[in-house]
Design a protein around this ligand. Structure first.
Ligand SMILES: CC(C)(COP(=O)(O)OP(=O)(O)OC[C@H]1O[C@@H](n2cnc3c(N)ncnc32)[C@H](O)[C@@H]1OP(=O)(O)O)[C@@H](O)C(=O)NCCC(=O)NCCS
Length: 441
């Protein structure tokens, strides 16, 4: 596929806006799972190009693929059908032969696409090494409710050392839905469960599952941007019209979440570039599943300094906030509270108590422009008010140049400079001429 020419104006903005994500993802480990449907699709090479780009940006990648349509095609040619009992497949001898054949072919196809390096193609200069192997130890599902599931298996152990060694050499690990037992047998595994088991065992930073259709939608067919594992469980139990693969991936996601994988993404693979949209844009393109809420308000730590500086810089430039050096911010970081959304600081504020007067200054209240007007400023103010109260503070004051009305509408009243604590008065910058507002708590 030839490289499309981007519009230079939007391209520069777009590329700059994705830079925090490029830094955030470098050196991380992502497990990406996709079904045989994705491999069979004419647009599969686009997905491979996006995977190659992620690899080029320094992400450690483990790819787990399914092969269901390819297996079914082979079974059909032999006039046999895969049997499903209680939602589980029964892999008899004939089915296992088809699984081995289909998995082999799918693997070769993926390896071939990842090996491309044609000039003027998105793969030019990529030079990717792919590593497959006996990374998965499996055991038979056995006989359940009287049904012998034959060669259908479940994961017993993942050889994480072997996978990590491949990742350390910058290879992409490609893992088929097969597992091997110490008795030398081969077992047919479910790709969704395998992906979750690998992500858990590796302690991966993300598990990304590409599903058929639009992805995880609510009862009105609207894409769900993020959901916590507990809500996803309720959804599984109550929403009966979820697609079969979505149910499988969602169940695996909840398990992985419970076992410590912090971010799990469910993406509708049919949207071109869904992987890049999800990973490099603020609002993503699929569903993020986390154990804890996706956005949290918490006390800042030293690792937040970079994010806070980035948030404050344009506001300082505009004269809305007083300039703060990195050194000062590092010294005063424990005074800050941040709102973190998917690893990015999108709002912050700081509390400077004056204990003798039972007062505190609320400073540096800032919400990133992309997230303003959604009551984040207000809820951060409420959060700080209750924090101040718990510290025995009886009143908050702010110095502001361009948000006077915002504070007035939230119960603050103008205060004469003379009423400020002496220490603060001495530091008042007359050239800046900020207005002082006060709220009794
Ligand atoms: C002021 C600020 C923190 C508000 O955050 P926010 O999350 O957008 O605020 P909320 O969503 O809680 O409130 C939005 C409301 O405030 C209004 N508002 C936003 N900024 C305002 C301002 N500077 N002056 C007056 N009203 C303002 C909006 O119009 C909206 O009102 P509406 O819904 O009636 O139209 C944010 O605009 C900001 O970061 N500004 C730049 C930094 C700054 O000036 N900080 C204060 C100095 S300490």
């Amino acid at each position: 596929m030839p490289i499309k020419k981007p519009n230079p104006d939007t391209f520069v903005d777009w590329f700059r806006s994705s830079s925090p994500y490029i830094h955030a993802h470098r050196g991380r480990t992502f497990v990406i799972v996709f079904g045989g449907e994705a491999v069979a699709d004419a647009s599969f090479s686009n997905l491979i190009h996006d995977i190659a780009l992620l690899h080029g940006l320094g992400v450690n990648l483990v790819l787990v693929h399914g092969a269901r349509p390819q297996v079914e095609q082979r079974l059909k040619a032999q006039n046999v059908q895969m049997q499903y009992i209680n939602g589980l497949r029964v892999t008899d001898d004939a089915a296992l032969a088809c699984v081995k054949e289909a998995v082999g072919i799918v693997r070769v196809e993926i390896e071939a696409l990842l090996s491309m390096g044609l000039a003027n193609s998105p793969m030019a200069g990529a030079r990717i090494r792919v590593a497959s192997g006996n990374f998965v130890v499996a055991r038979p599902l056995g006989v359940r409710d009287g049904v012998d599931y034959c060669h259908t298996g479940e994961v017993r152990r993942i050889d994480t050392d072997a996978i990590r060694r491949q990742l350390e050499t910058q290879a992409i690990a490609l893992i088929p839905p097969l597992g091997y037992s110490p008795t030398g047998e081969v077992f047919n595994l479910c790709a969704a469960d395998l992906g979750a088991a690998i992500a858990t065992a590796l302690g991966a930073d993300k598990l990304i599952s590409l599903v058929e259709g639009k992805g995880l939608v609510d009862s009105q067919n609207r894409l769900i941007g993020n959901i916590i594992a507990r809500e996803a469980e309720v959804m599984l139990a109550s929403q009966k019209d979820l697609a079969e693969d979505v149910v499988q991936y969602l169940r695996a996601a909840i398990n992985a979440c419970r076992r410590g994988v912090r971010r799990i993404h469910l993406l509708g693979r049919e949207l071109d570039g869904v992987l890049l949209r999800e990973l490099f844009t603020r609002d993503g393109a699929g569903t993020l599943i986390t154990a804890e809420p996706y956005e949290e308000t918490r006390v800042a730590c030293i690792d937040d300094v970079g994010g806070i500086l980035e948030l404050l810089a344009p506001l300082e430039e505009d004269g809305k906030l007083v300039r703060r050096s990195r050194d000062l911010l590092e010294t005063e970081i424990n005074r800050f509270t941040v709102v973190e959304r998917d690893g990015m600081v999108i709002a912050c504020t700081a509390l400077y108590p004056y204990e003798n007067e039972s007062l505190a200054e609320l400073a540096c209240l800032a919400v990133h422009p992309d997230y303003q007007n959604s009551r984040r400023g207000e809820s951060l103010l409420q959060h700080m008010e209750s924090r101040a109260r718990s510290l025995g503070i009886e009143g908050l004051f702010v110095l502001t140049t361009q948000a006077t009305h915002w504070f007035r509408e939230r119960g603050f009243e103008a205060l004469s400079l003379q009423k400020l604590p002496m220490e603060k008065r001495q530091l008042y910058n007359y050239r800046r001429n900020a207005k002082v507002f006060f709220k009794k708590l």
